[in-house]
Design a binder for this molecule. Structure first.
Ligand code: ZN
Length: 450
């Protein structure tokens, strides 16, 4: 009766009722990697209504609603949208770090870029202006364009220390005492951040390091306000102190030595997340040492011409050649890979992060596909890497509405030409991206090898 009435109305007014009806779409025939870690379903049906998944599973089991729009995706693979649990926005403009970069225009352009590369959600892990909250909240209320933004606010470092990135004073807290740090946590809590970021590193001995008493107080105060805390780390000893004090996520690899079984089992038991950011270490030299990266159309379309010019210059190449930190970054990267493998084997919760957007050589959108490749190089199976990048990252962000393709979750997914379980680089073969059911055209795509 109600349907008939709606249809009758639709006939005269032509739009509303039909528009609603046509919002149910069935994606038929794709191989489905649903993000849970269960084996792929070879012939799947996914039913999407508005921004949500109504049903997803084997074609034989999922009922297709009558009158729904059908999208034939036979031969394709569908996986959840990538969730970057450690990125940054508004820090790099035209190939350069800039303290003036955190504007609405730049942040929104970067969110659009992430989305066009299949990164449907990003956690901006520190160095955000308060403007970020405005953009995030608007996005949540109006479903505006771009990757969904999650925020760790400004984040807390100590004076004249990490993070060594040029930002405006309102982009990071620099408390001198425990009391000041607690005050900063109370201030940030008023903005309802999704997380809080702290920096615990001396950057190869260059800076003073945050005192354990300070981070202990920050973690305790943040937890009182129900805000999870992620830490930038490098050293095993710091990781141990942070995990013992209840840190929720290590936002980089442990890179000075191999993590021991004691720490790994403690992290497993406490549910601490581990984000390897393997691309970070190689980003310090990769473009100078291997010019073939600059031939990759996916990369080229993700960076500014200024960035390409910069990394191609003799000046840059000489700087990398003589930089004493480059051999250290290489050793750190290798250690980070071993530790990721050990964390995965030890049952620690893994999320995907890249630190993309922190520097011109950490490329939003491209870095996330590269990170998946590096995670597999480190010894994860493609399925483990994909689960980390989807369900794992969503869990770290406490975003229970996404990360897997199941009934009730957001319709955030990627249609791929190739199967990433066969070759993880196939995540780059983007055909179409859906963000909350909204269709997005990829900016660039890798072509399948013949
Ligand atoms: Zn970072």
């Amino acid at each position: 009766m109600k349907t008939a009435l709606l249809l009758a109305l639709a006939c005269v007014t032509s739009s509303a009722a039909f528009a609603q009806e046509s919002q149910t779409t069935v994606f038929e025939g794709a191989r489905l990697i649903d993000g849970t870690g269960k084996p792929a379903i070879e012939n799947s049906v996914i039913v999407v209504k508005d921004d949500k998944i109504v049903a997803a599973g084997p074609a034989a089991k999922v009922k297709k609603p009558k009158g729904a729009r059908i999208v034939d995706v036979h031969g394709r693979t569908i996986m959840p949208g990538i969730i970057n649990a450690h990125g940054h926005v508004g820090l790099v403009v035209n190939g350069k770090n800039s303290a003036e970069g955190y504007t609405r225009e730049n942040v929104e352009a970067q969110l659009a870029q992430y989305e066009q590369y299949g990164v449907t959600t990003v956690m901006a892990l520190g160095l955000n202006r308060d403007l970020g909250y405005e953009i995030r909240d608007q996005q949540r209320h109006t479903r505006s364009l771009g990757a969904s933004l999650f925020l760790a606010g400004r984040g807390i470092g100590v004076p004249d220390a990490a993070p060594p990135v040029p930002v405006a004073p309102d982009q990071v807290y620099r408390p001198q005492t425990v009391e000041e740090a607690v005050k900063d946590v109370r201030e940030v809590a008023t903005h309802k951040p999704d997380m809080l970021k702290i920096w615990v590193d001396d950057v190869y001995g260059k800076f003073p390091k945050m005192d354990p008493a300070l981070y202990k107080a920050v973690i305790a105060e943040a937890h009182k306000k129900k805000i999870p805390v992620a830490a930038h780390v490098f050293y095993l000893a710091d990781a141990k102190g942070l995990v013992a004090d209840g840190i929720d996520a290590l936002a980089h690899s442990i890179r000075d030595q191999d993590a021991d079984a004691g720490l790994i089992s403690q992290m497993k038991q406490k549910g601490t997340f581990y984000v390897a950011t393997l691309n970070v270490d190689e980003s310090g030299y990769m473009f100078a040492e291997d010019p073939s990266f600059l031939q990759d159309p996916m990369l080229v379309q993700a960076v500014s011409p200024e960035m390409i010019k910069m990394v191609q210059s003799e000046e840059y190449k000489n700087k990398i050649r003589s930089d004493p930190n480059v051999p250290k970054n290489k050793a750190a990267g290798a250690t980070g890979m071993r530790n990721l493998k050990a964390m995965q084997a030890g049952g620690v919760r893994i999320a995907l992060g890249t630190d993309s957007g922190a520097q011109p050589v950490r490329v939003p959108g491209w870095a996330e596909h590269r990170e998946l490749e590096l995670m597999v190089k480190a010894g994860l199976t493609p399925m483990q890497a994909l689960v980390a990048a989807t369900r794992g990252s969503a869990a770290m962000l406490r975003a229970s509405d996404r990360g897997t393709l199941e009934a009730g979750k957001r319709a955030d997914f990627l249609v791929l030409q190739g199967n990433p379980l066969e070759d993880i680089r196939n995540t780059r073969q983007l055909v179409t991206i859906y963000n909350g059911g909204r269709e997005v055209k990829p900016r660039a795509t890798a072509v399948a090898a013949k």
